[in-house]
Ligand binder design. Sequence first.
Ligand SMILES: Nc1ncnc2c1ncn2[C@@H]1O[C@H](COP(=O)(O)OP(=O)(O)OP(=O)(O)O)[C@@H](O)[C@H]1O
Ligand SMILES: O=P(O)(O)OC[C@H]1O[C@](O)(CO)[C@@H](O)[C@@H]1O
Ligand SMILES: [Mg+2]
Length: 498
Amino acid sequence: MATTANNINSSKAKIVHGDSGYVLEDVPHLSDYIFDLPTYSNPLQDNPAYSAVRQYFVHVDDSVPQRIVVHKSGPRGVHFRRAGPRQRVYFQSDEVHACIVTCGGLCPGLNTVIRELVCGLYNMYGVKKVLGIEGGYRGFYSKNTIPLTPKFVNDIHKRGGTVIGSSRGGHDTSKIVDSIQDRGINQVYIIGGDGTQKGAAAIYEEVRRRGLKVAVVGIPKTIDNDIPIIDKTFGFDTAVEEAQRAINAAHVESESMENGIGLVKLMGRYCGFIAMYATLASRDVDCCLIPESPFYLEGPGGLYEYIARCLKDNGHMVIVIAEGAGQELLSGSLDSNKQDASGNKLLQDVGLWISQKIKDHFSKEHKMTINLKYIDPTYMIRAIPSNASDNVYCTLLAQSAVHGAMAGYTGYTSGLVNGRQTYIPFYRITEKQNKVGIADRMWARLLSSTNQPSFLTAKDVNEEDTTNDTSELNNKTEDETPNSYSDPPQLEHTHFKL
Ligand SMILES: Nc1ncnc2c1ncn2[C@@H]1O[C@H](COP(=O)(O)OP(=O)(O)OP(=O)(O)O)[C@@H](O)[C@H]1O
Ligand SMILES: O=P(O)(O)OC[C@H]1O[C@](O)(CO)[C@@H](O)[C@@H]1O
Ligand SMILES: [Mg+2]
């Protein structure tokens, strides 16, 4: 019988220091707070699909650097534990009772992740009890569960949405953990965005406080791509690809009319990744507006002046705007304090607003009739099945998540860092949102591709440099300040030579 540690309430960050400035930001393990847990040999070693693979098991010391651009004299910097199967596991196959929940907005690939979690548990580890929690967090205590088998999930990856449903709001930590305990669930797979991962961290803390042998695992999901540390979220590529169809339509419409303007609004509540990548991919876009880069309409260097120039030079133009862009310009005109059930700010429709502003300006100031076509493919880019590369990505994420839980790790998000699967502690995922760095090279590439004005003065760029920690926020670009590292709260430093 395993015994529980006295310090079950202490969920301090596990930081391990090594030579030459090496830092491992490790993830919690069930054995941190439950002592004497029995271990078992990993059933994968008898699995014909894996037994032939040399070095199939991940070495206990394998870790992945957060930053791969380094200077010769710089410290080795922060690393995360490499994901993958371990030789010893902390659950027997018939002991595992797993559940899967999806929360927040839809995203291409949700069903693929569900499918691969179920198939990974069944086929790799011989687990037979997997439950789907219906309708997001609130489903733990107010809805039915759905038994998930490989047969049930067989072709769900071909469909958009999530077969187990999702919701916003309704996170009640103690009711959720009561439900986990009552049902005898011991592996919880939670798929969702920044809000969901915060909820997962709260569940992990409560599970640990109660001393339960329950692995709590997050899988990052959001088409906005606003989750820090990881290379990108699944479904993002699919969304960018689907956005091309709307941009193409906007281009065809605008090209075919005198003074044609095609305006496309894309998702991105707080960040402009979808708009930026869709613009870079398309080449038909003349102006991309994102929340991180404030813009203005009137006067020299403003949007109206740029539109007038594009129409004069080319006769038409295409504008892509992220839904969160320019909200500060609209906020005076409408009630800006509304929130959704999760507490996310409800945005004004910047697409409709800017369409009207442009039409009014050109009819009044230039006595010109503008042919403006506003295309809003908002939900179309996220309600579709994932494309081929996202499907592969979802499979790797799900399998990594399963390997970690079986190996006894908990309190982590499974994520891709510099092309390698890793386990990242929840606090690193939830501490900030990822944003486009407008002082970074990727945004500069976009500006040089569209030739649009930056709408910025040198002073704005300097301020952005100091207020926005771009070294952290832009792990997705090559423009990183190598190995800068600031300690998270509550550190437990273990000096350790590796
Ligand atoms: N700080 C928090 N603590 C606990 N639960 C939270 C927290 N923030 C959000 N949640 C819960 O997480 C779930 C999803 O949150 P939210 O609606 O913000 O979506 P998300 O996970 O951020 O995904 P996306 O932004 O891609 O739609 C909701 O059920 C919400 O109640
Ligand atoms: O209308 P819903 O379902 O709340 O979702 C809209 C939001 O979800 C997201 O896709 C992800 O957070 C945002 O870009 C968007 O504002
Ligand atoms: Mg979110």
